[in-house]
Design a protein around this ligand. Structure first.
Ligand SMILES: [Zn+2]
Length: 72
């Protein structure tokens, strides 16, 4: 059997923790209205990355990282 999927790592530089949050954001200066970037963050760095983007007035959306779940 295969299918072992390693969890995504936090987007914070130097952090290797498993991410559990999805941060979608865009830079209005260089991205079109339908062009969103995605970062993932661990619990520790979710607020750090959100503040980083908020400080630049970038539109952003934070949501729990969906896990692929098969079966009950
Ligand atoms: Zn992290």
């Amino acid at each position: 059997m295969s299918g072992e999927v390693s969890p995504p790592q936090c987007s914070r530089a130097g952090c290797r923790a498993a991410a559990s949050w999805l941060i979608r954001w865009r830079n209005p200066r260089i991205h079109g209205a339908d062009r969103w970037k995605s970062w993932v963050a661990c619990d520790e760095h979710r607020d750090y990355l959100r503040e980083f983007l908020a400080a630049r007035s970038f539109p952003l959306d934070v949501s729990p990282l969906a896990r692929e779940v098969s079966g009950p």
